[in-house]
Design a protein around this ligand. Structure first.
Ligand SMILES: Nc1nc2c(c(=O)[nH]1)N[C@H]1C(S)=C(S)[C@@H](COP(=O)(O)O)O[C@H]1N2
Ligand SMILES: [Mo]
Length: 235
């Protein structure tokens, strides 16, 4: 086994993606079969490095510490109406394998959960349990080019955000579809929202419909950032 092959297997093991071939045994959809096909291509060197680079994990909370009533709905506009049948998460930009994923595709990927503190700059915080897929798995499936440095996110309500790629690949950055053990409420961003303990609340886009991987940051950095808020917004 050469080094690349070894690293790829290790990655598949770590991420739980090796279980995909098992999933395909019974009821694989064509979309998933395509996804698995892309995993036979080695990841490019830069992304292997980024993924294996030891990233500092944020300590998580205990189930008894969850504060279900402290998460305040905070949306700059009204809640968008999304037809789940038609919903697709688009992943595009400087990638070898652009993706268009239904929620069924996403829910077939390994579920991860974490209990973290959500912090809003408007002066409130809440300990929440989020369940979803690691964003790094989606990014890896898209096979980003070497020069990719940013992930930008479009939401169904017109909200937009952009993140540095290292934060997007952090193991605790999730695309969540459940909250505190229940399906994600629509006001909290269903069907899919960002959740991460390493960024402030306004970085955590709700109703994500498109992720674009690029080497250059757009002049539109983020809804709040374009009004003067800090872009990195690390916690
Ligand atoms: N699409 C979208 N995502 C968004 C926002 C928004 O207005 N639209 N508000 C952000 C802000 S400022 C915060 S604090 C969190 C709030 O998440 P919640 O409404 O689930 O508590 O969502 C973030 N994501
Ligand atoms: Mo916020």
């Amino acid at each position: 086994m050469d080094n690349n092959e070894f690293t790829r297997r290790k990655f598949l093991q770590l991420s739980g993606l090796s279980s995909l071939s098992f999933l395909l045994g019974g009821c694989g959809t064509p979309a998933l079969a395509d996804l698995v096909g892309t995993l036979s291509e080695p990841l490019n060197q830069k992304f292997q490095e980024l993924i294996f680079q030891p990233q500092k994990l944020v300590p998580e909370f205990l189930p008894s510490q969850i504060e279900p009533n402290n998460l305040i709905i905070n949306s700059f506009r009204s809640t968008p109406i999304i037809d789940l049948e038609k919903y697709r998460l688009i992943v595009d930009g400087e990638v070898n394998n652009p993706l268009s994923l239904s929620m069924a595709d996403i829910q077939a990927l390994p579920l991860t959960s974490m209990i973290i503190r959500h912090v809003c700059v408007e002066g409130w915080a809440a300990i929440v349990q989020w369940h979803g897929i690691r964003l790094r798995e989606i990014i890896t499936l898209a096979q980003p080019h070497n020069q990719v440095k940013y992930a930008s996110f479009q939401s169904a309500d017109g909200y937009y955000e952009s993140w540095d790629i290292a934060s997007a690949l952090h193991p605790q950055t999730l695309l969540a579809y459940q909250k505190n053990g229940e399906p994600l409420p629509i006001e909290n961003g269903a069907p899919l929202r960002l959740a991460s303990p390493i960024k402030l609340g306004y970085k955590q886009s709700k109703w994500v419909i498109q992720i674009t991987l690029t080497s250059q940051l757009s002049i539109f950095k983020g809804y709040w950032e374009d009004q003067g808020y800090e872009w990195f917004a690390g916690l």
